[in-house]
Design a protein around this ligand. Sequence first.
Ligand code: PGA
Length: 253
Amino acid sequence: MRKQIAAANWKMNLSFQQAEKLLDEILAADISLANHQLAIFAVPFPYLLMTRSELEEMPQYKVAAQNCHQKKSGAFTGEVAAEMLHSIGVQYCIIGHSERREYFSESNIQLAEKVNICFENYVTPIFCCGEPLAVREAGNQNSFVENQLKESLFHLPAAKAKELIIAYEPIWAIGTGKTATTEQAQEMHAHLRNVLAAHFGNDVANEIPILYGGSVKAANAKEIFACDDVDGGLVGGASLVAADFVEIIKALQ
Ligand code: PGA
């Protein structure tokens, strides 16, 4: 059964104390998840260990990093290696968020290397894709996103691709309060699954969770997650409010 995932992306927010409090409040809701459902918390690097230990007794709750470097190790001041994440028990890492692509000029080719280094270190990439507004307005979103997958993921053997998590996040919907309609989300998710099926085969495509991201809120999560090819969400703003993220996790059910 394909996994369903509610993933929080805290980005560069919260003090350590606020982060602990937020986690405590979310965990206090004691939402029981089925074996195929996960809640993942992508937290700033300094909070990874704390988050991992808070989630220790909760097998359906996981911690993720928001980025890693593409090289194994070395003279890259300020960077964090996938091997380091693995060594502290972090099993997931967001790769290629649109903010990394935009503000840190991460290219599809560089992201392919990041995906590789994650897999080499037993870290599952949560690979982000999505088009800017101008591309959507020109009606070229399908080929744009297909190219992101092609250049960053198509080199993978099918057995590895099967382990991926993909997040489709239209850039015009991130942090803007402007969500894609359920029709737009379903249409793109079905397109992505077809693209994956054509390259890796149906078995792999049917196994890969494709999350929607972009202004997911407590009020719209259920409707979005109900789309056939939407397997949950990657949530920014609303994941910083305990009551909201609790509702979003519950929307998986
Ligand atoms: P948002 O962010 O939910 O605040 O739109 C989503 C994301 O960037 O992952």
